[in-house]
Design a protein around this ligand. Structure first.
Ligand SMILES: [Fe+2]
Length: 336
């Protein structure tokens, strides 16, 4: 039906390299177009496929194939063949394969629905986040930049893909609680009173409370709550220290501080990437986890600069996406 199918999962004999594995297009096409299971006891002699070049070239003998159909749409096929012996499969095998194909089609469709639902959830949360950033022009784009740095740090530290994704999401949402802070406090250029400072500090708890009802985002809560804790000093809200602060929160803390230093704020002028790194390094083991600071340093050098000594600030925010070319030069030596 105009769709191109490509192999997603291949299991073959150890002596056949997976990359060179091919399947019969004629059998596949018939199964997909007619939405039928196919059993060929000896494909080379089968009238239905007579003259099919692919069957001859691949020396196909026993073949069975079942389409994955869900609500009238073919999502894929399960295909098995044996290139040495005829009559390897019988009617019972096809019946079993067909049942498996039906179950698989339902499972695939469910997983698509789940992905769509997650995406919709995420987009709604990002829209909510835009309302926070609309309140505070200085922090516009802060969440996205922080999430870029946090993801870079997590990848540098060798965290697995799932954990990296979680940290990226938490970074996008880390300041959502600022919606509960009055604009005049957020925009204030002069020193804050104790009351105002407490109001700013409360954003980590407000953020946690806003996100708490969303069960699928429960993993972000400790990171949102803990992103202002200090590794060797006293941060807030719980005064946690060292490894007691969740790693994701330690990563967010560094990424957040780095972006705050390098962008215009009411209370300070931006500094260069290089100077911001110096400031972060001066706080290693105090405000920040040393490993996390080093991972950011490495990430920035790999992504934004040609010389390790001089980290340049990107000219515009569009420069923030590291080029794939630079990324591919990344060394394999990941920190644990
Ligand atoms: Fe924050």
């Amino acid at each position: 039906k105009g769709k191109e199918f490509e192999p997603k999962y291949i299991k073959s004999r150890p002596d056949i390299p997976a990359g060179s594995f091919q399947i019969s297009k004629s059998i596949l096409d018939k199964s997909i177009k007619e939405e039928v299971c196919i059993l060929a006891n000896d494909a080379a002699q089968d009238d239905r496929f007579s003259g099919a070049e692919s069957i001859m070239t691949m020396n196909l003998r026993s073949v069975m194939c079942a389409p994955l159909v869900y609500q009238g749409e073919v999502l894929g096929v399960i295909y098995l063949d044996n290139r040495e012996k005829p009559n390897c499969f019988d009617e019972n095998d096809v019946a079993l394969l067909s049942a498996m194909a039906n179950q698989s089609a339902v499972a695939i469709d469910n997983s698509h629905l789940y992905d769509d639902l997650q995406k919709a959830y995420h987009e709604a949360i990002l829209a909510l986040l835009n309302t926070v950033e609309a309140k505070d022009p200085y922090t516009r784009g802060h969440s996205q930049r922080t999430s870029r740095y946090a993801l870079g740090i997590a990848q540098e530290m060798g965290l697995d893909e799932e954990e990296c994704k979680r940290i990226k999401t938490a970074a996008e949402l880390h300041d959502i609680g600022k919606i509960g802070v009055r604009e005049r406090i957020i925009d204030k250029a002069s020193a804050l009173s104790t009351m105002e400072f407490h109001s700013i500090q409360a954003h980590v708890l407000t953020g946690e409370n806003i996100l708490k009802p969303i069960e699928y985002l429960s993993f972000v809560l400790p990171m949102v709550r803990g992103h202002h804790e200090h590794y060797g000093d006293t941060g807030y809200p719980d005064g946690l220290k060292g490894e007691k602060i969740p790693l994701g929160a330690r990563i967010l803390g560094v990424a957040d501080a780095f972006d705050a230093m390098t962008t215009q704020r009411p209370y300070n002028k931006p500094v260069s990437f290089k100077d911001a790194m110096k400031k972060l390094k001066a706080q290693k083991g105090k405000q920040f986890d040393s490993d996390v600071v080093e991972a950011l340093d490495h990430f920035l050098k790999q992504s934004y600069s040609v010389t390790p000594e001089e980290i340049q600030m990107p000219k515009t925010h569009t420069d923030l996406e590291p080029s794939t070319e630079k990324k591919s030069r990344k060394k394999d030596t990941k920190k644990k």
